[in-house]
Design a protein around this ligand. Sequence first.
Ligand SMILES: Cc1ncc(COP(=O)(O)O)c(C=O)c1O
Length: 251
Amino acid sequence: MAVVASAGTVNTGSIDPLAEIAAIARVHNLWMHIDGAYGALAAIAVPEKFEGLAQADSLSLDPHKWLYQPLDCGCLLYRDAEIARRTFSYTGSYAKQLSSDPIEGFAFFEESMELSRRFRALKLWLSLRYHGLQAFRAAIQQDLDHAQRLVNAIKDARVLEIAAPVELSAVCFRHMVNDSATEEARNLFNLALLKRIVSRGNVYPSNTELQERCCLRVCIVNHRTMDTDIDAVVPEVLDAASQILSEQDSK
Ligand SMILES: Cc1ncc(COP(=O)(O)O)c(C=O)c1O
């Protein structure tokens, strides 16, 4: 049995109460895994948001998401790696041939479900060595600041609504159309709006659905993002929305 907690969900970046979940897992002798694929790398910059992260038995991280690596570079960290080795590796015939002792017989190339594979860790190791952790910390902090900059711009545009609290760098929002629009009309409008924004080719939000509300989602995980990129989002959304509304009026 395992408990899986999220340290940054895909849609909104919300973080589970990791310390509380870890305490419950410990009492019941449960394995605790934390899915930190998107969010947990932000602990480098804002550890206070991830209290309890260090208590995980295993933690998944995607350095190709928020550590600026090219696809693909998924990591799985174990508190006790031998448990994983025993679970996954020692059925392999090579390991058994190397030694009758499972630990000594451990073969590096069997430590994964894949057999032939690239040396994915090299790019991560090299860029950490070359740039230093501080460069990554600063870039993640800049992404977090950019998300807050976008939140402020969305709040300033009264016809837009923030759809979920912004804990990390994922910002979900929607266009309200007008005060009397039904939720269904808003959903249809935001779907059309997303398609229009993407077809205009200036900014590329993604979509998400939160409590039956269709939303636009901007997730900032690029160290090259600039203030001007962030500042382009809201005017582009408003302009695309005006375009759709005026087309609807003229029908
Ligand atoms: C929170 C979270 N977990 C897991 C995954 C899956 O990651 P991968 O595609 O690298 O296997 C994602 C990818 O979007 C994610 O954001």
